[in-house]
Design a protein around this ligand. Structure first.
Ligand code: SF4
Ligand code: SF4
Length: 443
């Protein structure tokens, strides 16, 4: 086998006990049915929140649109069950701020209002993009950026490569891995539809070398020379867009730039499968694969309706095992801490990871920076994290900005490797927030 492709920097959490994929990787995707109610947030993506088009008392069908897109960078939301709208209420969210959600009482009948299936080869590119937007499809790797926006680059940005991101480099998560094993045909179909929408002739599916069976299954499912699999080194954050583009093409996305600046569009493998679902069955994005793992009775991969609560998901996976110390939505590296078990599964929820004390590093006292440079070696963006941290601590955020603080993607690699146990990434996050607040105040 050819040597796996990679990028400079990053870390190898798979060598630590925190890696955790073995807990759920053998768990085939199980369909989960919603409980008595679902609470579907209006803001599940980057961009403007959706605008509700239903009200208390309305009867809705599964797949029916319940919110319009709130702008160009926004998507509609759809009911994940059939039943009666109880109202729009504030529910807790991982952002820390309560979020508006459409609450639907589940009638248990799952009566559908799906659109008609359609063969993408009969559609013009613009029609495929409209259909993707109307189905509410966003990036399902965690960032939740509306997919149709990526497929409409400005005319001066010529796209010549589509990358399907199937790295799943975060510890513990196995949702994309199971999706490839169980839905390879759909992934290839959705990939071809996006190729047509974008007008590109070349696609590379990036998969880490710790998933050899998924690599084989995907290679077998591919029936065109236009699509191929690239084997990537298993390293965090390999699944970050810029690092994946660097590893596969050697192209470097400029500071503050986007993949389109180097002729690339990157889409998560889950989003590609969602495109195929819409085309083949008419189903909009109303459910997704979620890995529920860590300190739970039965780590599992579920096909879960959007709007189920974190508590219901954990109960479905056998409940807590031991005392939970931390619950993450997404992976333990770049995910968000869950402040309340009433938070809902959204389109971007790739996993729910419960960590008890056996998983969490013992709290160790921060000591002085010894200028070992390990944080700089690990930084995939090639920043000097220790210097940005030092200026952030001094409150000199202009200097932190000069050193590229805004390019930091909060991957946490610097904190992970620091022998002085410094919360490097957290200090840099503080600097980013201060710089952003200052910019906003100037507007
Ligand atoms: S890894 Fe920690 S101790 Fe080493 S230079 Fe960076 S901040 Fe300092
Ligand atoms: S958190 Fe930011 S500074 Fe630290 S390694 Fe990641 S990108 Fe670099």
């Amino acid at each position: 086998m050819r040597e796996a492709l990679t990028f400079k920097g990053g870390i190898h959490p798979l060598k630590s006990i925190h890696y955790g994929k073995s807990l759920s990787e053998k768990s085939a995707i199980q369909e989960l049915f919603a409980g008595a109610v679902v609470k579907i947030p209006l803001s599940q993506h980057i961009g403007a929140p959706g605008k509700a088009i239903v009200q208390a008392g309305d009867e809705v069908l599964m797949g029916q649109k319940i919110a319009e897109a709130g702008g160009f960078v926004s998507v509609p939301a759809h009911a994940s069950v059939s039943g009666k709208v109880l109202g729009i209420e504030k529910i807790p969210s991982v952002t820390g701020k309560p979020a508006d959600a459409v609450v639907i009482e589940n009638d248990g009948l799952y009566k559908k209002a799906y659109a008609e299936p359609v063969d993408f080869e009969t559609l013009e590119p613009g029609e495929i993009i409209d259909l993707i937007k109307e189905a509410g499809i966003v990036g399902m790797g965690g960032a939740a950026f509306p997919l149709h926006v990526k497929l409409m680059p400005p005319p001066d940005k010529k796209i010549n490569l589509l990358i399907i991101n199937a790295a799943e480099c975060e510890p513990f998560l196995t949702a994309d891995y199971r999706l490839m094993l169980e839905y390879a045909g759909r992934i290839v179909y959705g990939t071809k539809a996006i190729m047509r929408a974008l007008g590109v002739q070349k696609v590379i599916i990036g998969i880490e070398d710790n998933k050899p069976d998924a690599i084989e299954v995907m290679k077998k499912a591919i029936d065109t020379h236009a699509i191929r699999v690239a084997v990537l080194e298993s390293k965090y954050p390999q699944g970050s867009e810029k690092q994946m583009i660097d590893a596969i093409t050697g192209r470097v996305v400029p500071s503050g730039g986007l993949p389109m600046d180097v002729g690339v569009v990157v889409s998560n493998v889950g989003s590609v499968k969602a495109v195929a679902d819409r085309l083949l069955t008419g189903e909009p994005l109303i459910r997704r694969v979620v890995t529920v793992t860590g300190s739970v009775g039965k780590p599992s991969n579920f096909m879960a309706p959007i709007g189920m609560s974190v508590e219901e998901m954990i109960n479905a996976a056998g409940g807590f095992e031991g005392e939970p110390m931390k619950i993450m939505m997404g992976g333990p590296m770049m995910g968000n801490a869950v402040p309340d078990l009433a938070c809902a599964v959204t389109k971007g929820t790739s996993g729910i990871v419960v960590l008890n004390k056996s998983y969490l590093a013992k709290k160790e006292r921060e000591t002085e920076c010894i200028y070992c440079g390990k944080c700089a070696q690990a930084c995939p963006i090639h920043l000097m994290p220790m210097q940005i941290m030092a200026y952030a601590k001094l409150g000199d955020f202009d200097k932190a900005a000069e050193l590229g603080a805004l390019d930091c993607m909060s991957c946490g690699s610097c904190t992970y490797v620091c022998p002085a146990k410094k919360h490097v990434a957290q200090y840099i996050k503080l600097a980013k927030d201060e710089i952003a607040a200052k910019k906003a105040a100037k507007k």
